[in-house]
Each structure stands twice: as structure tokens, then as C-alpha cells.
Design a protein around this ligand. Structure first.
Ligand SMILES: Nc1ncnc2c1ncn2[C@@H]1O[C@H](COP(=O)(O)OP(=O)(O)O)[C@@H](O)[C@H]1O
Ligand SMILES: [Mg+2]
Length: 249
């Protein structure tokens, strides 16, 4: 039996008397596209922050390939293979698209602070950078300065920066929020095209997006897992319909 890629084991986070993650147990397989849904304040972002190490759980464990990662720093967790996007502050707005991804690739695959990498290494870093830019549909925008990109393009680039760390698991918090329908469509296509070698845990509100991307869905409600299952199972779940889907569908 192989361990799941990610396992949450009775994860709990409280702020005083407020429990925002209530004994969450969840397994994510390698290659899986898992979407987390739930009303505002349900604890979705808090859950992602705990997986990424930005927030420490109060009790419970987070296991990556069977090894406990809660307690590690966000940087250590990233190096073990969990990449994520941040909605702010991880792009260099006055540098080019290429430079942004190149810096991230260099930090993972370069030779430390050696200012004179070999020609072969330089070529490999540039090739990898271009490959990532193509994956996030910015292959022809590589020389543009980031501040001149549209909002949607900047969000695509954030995914590129996250891909530079070669994640086995990518965490995305509402990747389509604030986007126009056209931008949303492009983002969903981009996510769908990412190699299956990357598992994805994604928070999403738009039900059309949720059901088009997800292999499995988890519904959070007041920090608790209300249901986990395939899109068909979630659609058919009477409790989910009652507390969440019911109001909108
Ligand atoms: N640092 C914090 N201190 C106190 N309460 C917090 C903190 N972070 C989040 N919360 C609370 O946790 C609950 C879940 O928030 P969040 O995870 O952002 O929900 P969601 O992403 O599902 O909208 C909310 O009630 C929020 O106010
Ligand atoms: Mg949130």
C-alpha cells in the first residue's frame, strides 16, 4: 500500500473559542484535482494556509508522502514539493515575465549564489523558464514588463512562479476570483492542461469551474468536512444541497 500524496489527519485550528478547522481528515492522491468549496468563512483559506505552513494547526497532523510536514517552515514545505500562489507580493512588477520565472527557476535549480553559472546550466535554466511560460500561456509575452500585464495575465504568471519550484502538489486559492469570463476561461484551460504529475488542491466558488476541473470535491462548512466525493456524489448529496448548493441551484 502506498501512502497518499497528502493526508490531513484530524487537523484542527482554533483561534480562542473559534474553531476554523474542525478535525479535518482528507486524503489527496498524486495526480488528483481536488476542489474545496464552501460558504465564505467556512475555513477554506485557513486549510490551505496550514498545508502550506503559513498557519500552524492547533492539533492534528499533515503528512506528505507519509512524512509529517506541519511544524516545518513555508520554505521547507515548498522545497518538499508543495507549491502555491499568493494573491499579492510574489511578482516583481518592474521585471519582465521571463525574469520573474527565471529567478524562481534559478532559486531551485541554480547553483546557489555563484554569479557565474556554467553555459550549460544557464541554457538549462532558460529552457526550463520558457517551458513554464508556455505552460501558463505566456510564452509569447516573455519580454513584457509585469506591471503592463492584465490582471488575468498576472495571475497566470503567479502560477508560473509556483511551477518553477517543481511542485508535486499545487495549492490554488480562488485562481479565477475577480476575473472576467474570458480570463476565467483561459485560467481554467491552463489549469486543465497542467501535467497530471502535479496534483492540485484548489478553492473555487464558480460551480461551473468546480465541476469542470474536479476529480473530487470537498465541502467545508464551519470548518468541518460536510462531504467529500466525486462531482456526481457531491451533486447528489442531500446535505450539501441543503446547506450550500441549494440556495443557488
Ligand atoms: N488569524 C485569524 N484570527 C482569528 N480568526 C481568523 C484568523 N484567520 C481566519 N480567521 C477566521 O477563520 C474563519 C475562516 O476563514 P477563512 O479560512 O478565510 O474562510 P474562507 O476562506 O472559507 O472564506 C473566519 O471566521 C475568519 O474570520
Ligand atoms: Mg478564502
Amino acid at each position: 500500500m502506498t501512502a497518499p500524496l497528502l493526508k490531513l489527519d484530524y487537523l484542527r485550528k482554533s483561534y480562542g473559542s473559534l474553531v476554523v478547522t474542525r478535525d479535518v481528515c482528507l486524503e489527496i492522491d498524486a495526480q488528483e484535482r481536488h476542489v474545496i468549496i464552501g460558504p465564505n468563512g467556512a475555513g477554506k483559506t485557513s486549510l490551505l494556509h496550514q498545508i502550506g505552513g503559513q498557519v500552524q494547526p492547533t492539533t492534528g497532523r499533515i503528512l506528505l508522502r507519509g512524512e509529517q510536514i506541519n511544524g516545518l517552515t513555508p520554505d521547507q514545505i515548498c522545497r518538499r514539493g508543495i507549491g502555491r500562489t499568493f494573491q499579492k507580493n510574489n511578482l516583481f512588477f518592474n521585471l519582465s515575465v521571463f525574469e520573474n520565472v527565471h529567478l524562481a527557476v534559478q532559486s531551485v535549480r541554480g547553483n546557489g549564489w555563484n554569479p557565474l553559472p556554467s553555459a550549460r546550466l544557464r541554457a538549462a535554466l532558460a529552457t526550463r523558464t520558457q517551458e513554464i511560460l508556455d505552460q501558463v500561456h505566456l510564452g509569447t509575452a516573455s519580454h513584457r514588463i509585469v506591471r503592463t500585464l492584465s490582471y488575468g495575465e498576472q495571475r497566470q504568471l503567479e502560477i508560473g512562479v509556483a511551477l518553477a519550484t517543481d511542485p508535486a502538489l499545487l495549492l490554488l486559492d480562488e485562481p479565477t476570483s475577480g476575473m472576467s469570463p474570458a480570463e476565467t476561461g483561459r485560467m481554467i484551460a491552463l489549469i486543465a492542461e497542467l501535467p497530471r504529475s502535479i496534483a492540485i488542491v484548489m478553492i473555487e466558488h464558480d460551480m461551473q469551474v468546480v465541476f469542470s476541473v474536479a476529480d473530487r470535491i470537498t465541502v467545508l462548512h464551519y470548518g468541518e468536512v460536510l462531504a467529500t466525493g466525486t462531482p456526481e456524489e457531491i451533486r447528489a448529496d442531500s446535505r450539501v444541497r441543503e446547506v450550500y448548493l441549494g440556495a443557488h441551484h
